[in-house]
Design a protein around this ligand. Structure first.
Ligand SMILES: CC(C)(COP(=O)(O)OP(=O)(O)OC[C@H]1O[C@@H](n2cnc3c(N)ncnc32)[C@H](O)[C@@H]1OP(=O)(O)O)[C@@H](O)C(=O)NCCC(=O)NCCS
Length: 147
C-alpha cells in the first residue's frame, strides 16, 4: 500500500454501507499509519486500480487489522483471504503472537473471518472514548464508529 493510494482507498471503503470513514482516515493520519506500520498494509490491484485493501498495525504488543475490503465486483474469488494472509504473515513475522479486529456484529463479513480462523470474543466489552483537542484529527463523526 502506498501513500498515493489514499483517494482510491477512500472510494473503496466508502462504497460499503456502514463502513465509517473517520478522522483516522484523513490523508495525514493515513500517511502516519503507513509510516508506523511499514510492510503491514496491502492493496490488491487490477492494473492501476485499487480493488482491495487491508491495513494491519501493531502497538508492539498485539496486532490489529483495519479496512479489509474487496470491491463488490471481485468478491468471492479469494482476494479477501489473500489480503488477510499477507497481513497475518507480516504481523507474525514481526513477532506478534495475537491480533484483534473490530467488526459490527451484524456485518456479514463475520462469517468470512470465522472461516479464516478468527473467533468472536464474548468475554470482552470494547470500551471507547473520543480524545478531543486536535481538530485536524477529526471527531468521531458517527454514533456508529468503532475505530
Ligand atoms: C469481507 C470481504 C473482504 C471478503 O472478501 P472476498 O474476496 O469476498 O473473500 P474470499 O473470496 O476470500 O472469501 C473467503 C470465504 O469467506 C466467505 N465470505 C466472504 N465474504 C462473505 C460474506 N460477506 N458473508 C459470508 N461469507 C463470506 C466466502 O464465501 C469464502 O468461503 P469459502 O472459503 O467457503 O468459499 C468482502 O466481503 C468485503 O469487502 N466486505 C465489505 C467490507 C467489510 O465489511 N470488511 C470487513 C470490515 S471489518
Amino acid at each position: 500500500m502506498r501513500a498515493e493510494d489514499h483517494q482510491q482507498l477512500l472510494r473503496l471503503w466508502s462504497s460499503f454501507p456502514g463502513n465509517t470513514i473517520t478522522g483516522a482516515d484523513s490523508d495525514r493520519e493515513f500517511r502516519k499509519f503507513l509510516q508506523r506500520n511499514r510492510g503491514f498494509c496491502f492493496t490488491a490491484c487490477d492494473g492501476n486500480e485499487v480493488v482491495g485493501s487491508v491495513m494491519a498495525g501493531s502497538d508492539r504488543r498485539r496486532g490489529y487489522i483495519y479496512h479489509l475490503a474487496v470491491c463488490a465486483d471481485l468478491q468471492g474469488r479469494g482476494l479477501g483471504s489473500a489480503l488477510m494472509k499477507k497481513a497475518e504473515e507480516a504481523l507474525a513475522k514481526a513477532g506478534l503472537e495475537k491480533a484483534h479486529l473490530f467488526i459490527y456484529r451484524d456485518n456479514p463479513a463475520v462469517v468470512f473471518y470465522e472461516k479464516a480462523g478468527w473467533h468472536a470474543r464474548e468475554d470482552i466489552t470494547l470500551m471507547s472514548k473520543a480524545l478531543g483537542g486536535d481538530s485536524e484529527k477529526g471527531t468521531i463523526d458517527s454514533t456508529r464508529s468503532i475505530t
